[in-house]
Design a protein around this ligand. Structure first.
Ligand code: C2E
Ligand code: CA
Ligand code: CA
Ligand code: CA
Length: 284
């Protein structure tokens, strides 16, 4: 048993070593990756199941590096550790704004949800930078009018748990322009429902880890019922994320949750493909 334990530790050491090397690799290449146009935005449609139409899409960052595809679950945490997430986030918003402009020029009324890292709101300086870069981007695009109502920012629960009045103020400033705020990954952390009352938010997204447990039993379904009914009382829109099966869809739909994102309908896709899908839906 002793020997087995030692091997176990050795295995653990090797995993740690590999992970550290991978992190170092990403750290070394991510900045040049942005300069070399290796990043691309993908779009995952979110379906309104009552009307069977696509109303919005989540913007998801992709990194193609030297013939390899590196997952955001790998590079986002590294970008957060090094602070590079700030530049990366600004790039994502710039590209997303271009897409919003393109949709609006083509009379396509589809909203985009963009992920924002907690790190981007870390300090008062970063919060000020966020707002300034936001305005710079709109100005750089040379738009007379930017359709703010077509933009949703997805933030995670952990940001709200910090109860920073600064962050609440920043979100309130953005909401006054028409931007919507969505709570991502709802149901995973220690979801304190009280912050939903105090924090300026418009929507919540039930996390895929949670949705995928729905078929495990009644307790999970009971929680979804509670989330759905609470959201209705608070006038919040609910989106269920990670819906893959008919069974999951039936439970979601049975709880009057209308917005569904997941492989059951669509996977994230490149901009061109998403645009074609929208044109098709519009009957062009
Ligand atoms: P997230 O914000 O929770 O995004 C949803 C993730 O679930 C995406 O993974 C999406 O592809 C995946 N997904 C959607 N439907 C299904 C389904 O039916 N089954 C399964 N198994 N997965 C599904 P992705 O694209 O790999 O992104 C992972 C995470 O990386 C995101 O999780 C988000 O936290 C982060 N991320 C992605 N793009 C950005 C970005 O532009 N900025 C920031 N800050 N984070 C981002
Ligand atoms: Ca998200
Ligand atoms: Ca999520
Ligand atoms: Ca997530």
């Amino acid at each position: 048993a002793k020997e087995k334990g030692r091997n176990g530790f050795q295995f653990f050491d090797q995993q740690m070593q590999l992970k550290a090397e991978r992190t170092a690799y990403i750290h070394t290449h991510i900045k040049a990756g942005l300069e070399n146009n290796e990043f691309e935005l993908y779009y995952q449609p979110i379906v309104n199941i009552r009307t069977a139409t696509i109303h919005r899409a989540e913007v998801l960052l992709r990194w193609h590096h030297e013939g390899e595809f590196i997952s955001p679950d790998e590079f986002i945490p590294v970008a957060e550790q090094t602070g590079f997430i700030v530049q990366l986030g600004e790039w994502v918003r710039k590209e997303a704004f271009k897409t919003i402009d393109l949709f609006s020029q083509n009379q396509l009324s589809v909203d985009l949800s963009v992920n924002v890292s907690t790190m981007e709101f870390w300090s008062p300086e970063l919060q000020a930078r966020f707002l300034a870069s936001f305005d710079d981007t709109v100005r750089e695009l040379g738009l007379d009018y930017f359709p703010y109502h077509m933009l949703t920012l997805e933030i995670t629960e952990s940001l709200m748990m910090q109860q920073h009045t600064n962050i609440a103020n920043l979100l309130q400033t953005l909401r006054k322009r028409g931007i919507k705020v969505s709570v991502d990954d709802f149901g995973t952390g220690y979801s304190s429902l009280s912050y939903l009352v105090n924090f300026p938010v418009d929507q919540i997204k039930i996390d895929k880890a949670f949705v995928q447990k729905l078929t495990d039993g009644h307790r999970h379904i009971a929680i979804v019922e509670a989330i759905a009914s609470l959201s209705r009382s608070l006038d919040l829109t609910v989106t269920a994320e990670g819906v893959e099966t008919k069974e999951q869809l039936a439970i979601i739909s049975g709880n009057q949750i209308d917005m569904v994102q997941g492989y059951y309908f669509y996977r994230p896709m490149p901009k061109r493909e998403f645009l074609n899908l929208l044109f098709e839906q519009a009957g062009y």
